[in-house]
Design a binder for this molecule. Structure first.
Ligand SMILES: [Fe+2]
Ligand SMILES: [Fe+2]
Length: 148
């Protein structure tokens, strides 16, 4: 896959607050070594800790946003986050038992985020944008109504 194809696969949602979080996640994924075994244990340990922290933060951010906007697909989306989190925990367990395959972790995380953001995140973004657009329309109506 060439660099341009990778960029195309790294779907942009058009919601800057979440695109920034995705960009940081991708930057962390890119730092995972592409070998079948860990060569630098302390560096991998630090990276896994940051991945764990930031994945949890991102999931919580999206879920909070979805709840604020009463997104109807919340439960399905949340369970998708949960199953990705569970798969990530298995990789953490592999690291603890000195069995981690960093290349497999990198492929899983990058592939998951590409697919999840393109399919699932896009859906809640459409919903939020619709809510915000209707707010803009109301503002125009109110503005129009007060004009004499
Ligand atoms: Fe996301
Ligand atoms: Fe998501």
């Amino acid at each position: 896959m060439c660099a341009m194809e990778i960029e195309t696969e790294r779907h942009i949602l058009g919601l800057p607050e979440m695109d920034a979080q995705h960009a940081y996640l991708y930057s962390l994924f890119d730092r995972i070594e592409k070998s079948p075994a860990v060569t630098d244990v302390p560096a991998m340990k630090a990276l896994l800790k940051e991945l764990e922290r930031y994945l949890l933060f991102h999931f919580a951010s999206e879920e909070h946003l979805m709840r604020c906007y009463n997104y109807p697909g919340f439960s399905i989306h949340q369970s998708d986050h949960e199953s990705a989190g569970n798969r990530f925990i298995k990789f953490l367990d592999d690291f603890d038992s000195a069995m981690l395959n960093p290349a497999a972790l990198s492929i899983f995380l990058t592939g998951w985020l590409m697919e999840h953001s393109r399919l699932s995140d896009t859906e809640y973004v459409i919903w939020i944008k619709k809510c915000r657009t209707s707010l803009e329309l109301r503002k125009e109506e109110i503005g129009g109504g007060t004009q004499i």
